[in-house]
Design a protein around this ligand. Sequence first.
Ligand code: CA2
Length: 146
Amino acid sequence: MSKRILVINGPNLNLLGIREPSVYGTGTYADLQSRIYGWADELGVQVEMFQSNHEGSIIDKIHEVFLQDEADGIVINPAGYTHTSVAILDALKAVKLPTVEVHISDISTREDFRKFSYISLAAEKTICGKGFDGYREAMEYLASKL
Ligand code: CA2
């Protein structure tokens, strides 16, 4: 059976392409979805995409795929929760699914408050500053590892 990857995008990423194109590019969330589904076909993996603006919904989704055995690995861009959420970190540590963290921008060269990521403490790998292609790199990593 082909491997199953859950791609989670956090708050405000549904607005991609609408504001801040100099930071996040001009592609919309729908563009990101179609690229990710295309990469999944190329890599021979199944992908589910989930976006939420709510911390608890993201935690519930992580629990759900673990408890119902619906994913073999997780790609997550926690957006603003990257820098605040011990609760998402705890959820990822609890389920122990191989996780890759992705950021469209390079958080290491932006404001100081973006330099620390709670999520990195649970992620096997963090990919920053590669735009949408960072998601592909994360999917390739999980596809070759799983
Ligand atoms: O670079 C990334 O992918 C981030 O995770 C994006 C988050 C930011 O809080 C992180 O520090 C880095 C913000 C996503 C907000 O997305 C927007 C989309 C359109 C317009 C405005 C914001």
